[in-house]
Design a protein around this ligand. Structure first.
Ligand code: CTP
Length: 413
């Protein structure tokens, strides 16, 4: 990775600390371009940063000094990493809202490099729900946030809001360039993947469900959620807006994906019904329990007698219910985990649940079962297409499945 960095400076008193940061970076061989907001220039002169970075400082979107390039795009395309220090509440709010009204916020919208924000503000501004929600949103999109430190603030208050010291920010940058920390660009265009799902809203279920017997016990299955999460990530990387309704799973939500956590089949059903009307695609990758205990004991069950008979009742079939409500323009994709008669059972489910596609796998096969990182699947479509994929990583398989589904639907809408 080329040691090229854009340092963004927004208008806070901590702007003076960024001078040290730029100096550290230049000394260690980084090529640095500084972009300042107009308010940042009230705290530190652009000339200071120009001297430190030995480069022109960008403060105005409309000052096009080089007629050969559009400067905000040129700056946006230049770095391997963007670090915004300090990131004020206002700047964070603008990025979270997609606003680009001066040079720095414009570069942030246009860049496909990973971005680290180093917030600095008054403690009461920091705890405001607007700022907290913006930070959460930015994190979800894949931005890095170096949390402010606790301490005495320039405004006289003591609390969280002080910008991290330049040495600590510098250490993060070194770790990033040496591959010790991982930060991905929030912009899917950066990965060079086709944005062929842009504008599509995709709802995905993943993982197992837990059906409670009493406050401490439940029935579940061996699903890890890996296939559903891989599909969520792949769809997001190709520009889709993805909502992932997940049963209990140890996996982290892919960046930019909205995850809704549920436990039982009934909770999953309720969330799917809530979001289904706005979905273009629904992919049911969850291993939903077909039955749940008839009664939920509110107190922990005590041992009694030699044997225990559990009465189970059916849970709602989420995918079938989605099939019954299916709009003409909606695409439904189901899974069939089988141990025998793979194709016949899968085709039966495709029809019974009114699906467009079904992804079938034989869970007894080596490398294709639950919790595996690989899978071997057969894709069947309503139109009669059939594709057998070789055994491969679920992450790669997810992309190939999306390719086929898009193809099978004609041009993506
Ligand atoms: N599914 C669902 N809700 C359920 C059960 C299953 O949405 N309550 C979905 C799964 O996410 C998967 C597909 O339906 O996409 C699996 O079909 P299903 O008929 O439930 O499979 P099995 O439980 O294996 O059914 P069977 O016993 O008929 O083989």
């Amino acid at each position: 990775m080329e040691k090229k960095i854009v340092v963004g400076v927004s208008g806070g008193i901590a702007a003076y600390k960024s001078v040290t940061l730029v100096s550290l970076l230049v000394k260690r061989g980084y090529e640095v371009r500084v972009v300042m907001t107009p308010s940042a220039t009230k705290f530190v002169s652009p000339l200071t940063f120009q001297t430190m970075s030995r480069n022109r400082v960008y403060t105005d979107t409309f000052s096009e000094e080089d007629p050969g390039v559009v400067s905000h795009i040129d700056v946006a395309d230049f770095p391997s990493l963007v670090v915004v220090a300090p990131a004020t509440a206002n700047l964070l709010g603008k990025v979270a809202g997609g606003i680009a009204d001066e040079m720095l916020s414009t570069v942030l919208l246009a860049t496909t490099a990973p971005v680290l924000f180093v917030p600095a503000m008054n403690v009461h501004m920091y705890t405001h729900p607007a700022v907290q929600e913006n930070l959460q949103r930015l994190r979800r999109w894949g931005y890095g946030i170096l949390e402010p430190a606790e301490g005495l603030l320039a405004c006289g208050y003591t609390g969280k809001g002080r910008m991290e010291e330049p040495e600590r920010i510098f250490q993060f940058i070194e770790d990033f360039f040496q591959g010790r920390v991982f930060l991905k660009s929030p912009n899917p265009a950066s990965r060079g993947l086709p944005q062929d799902l842009a504008g599509k809203r995709i709802l995905i279920t993943a993982g197992p469900t837990q059906e409670a017997l009493d406050p401490v016990r439940y029935l579940t299955n061996r699903s890890s959620g890996k296939m559903g999460y891989a599909l969520a990530r792949a769809a997001r990387e190709r520009g889709a807006e993805v909502r992932l309704i997940s049963g209990p799973s140890t996996l982290l939500p892919p960046s930019g994906v909205e995850r809704i956590s549920v436990r039982s089949a009934e909770e999953m059903y309720a969330q799917v019904m809530r979001y289904l009307p706005e979905a273009d695609w629904f992919i049911a990758a969850a291993a939903v329990a077909d039955y749940r205990p008839k009664v939920f004991e509110t107190q922990k069950m005590k041992k009694k007698g030699e044997s225990l008979l559990l009465e189970l009742v059916p849970t709602p079939d989420i995918l079938k219910a989605a099939g019954e409500r299916k709009r003409k323009d909606q695409i439904l994709i189901g899974f069939a985990a089988e141990t025998e008669h793979l194709e016949a059972y899968a085709r039966e489910k495709l029809l019974k649940k009114n699906l467009d596609f079904i992804i079938a796998n034989n869970v007894t096969e080596e490398g294709a079962g639950f919790d595996s990182d690989t899978n071997h699947v057969l894709l069947l479509s309503k139109r009669g297409e059939r594709k057998d994929f070789p055994l491969m990583e679920k992450t790669s398989l997810a992309h190939l499945l999306l390719d086929e589904i898009i193809k099978g639907q004609g041009e993506p809408k």
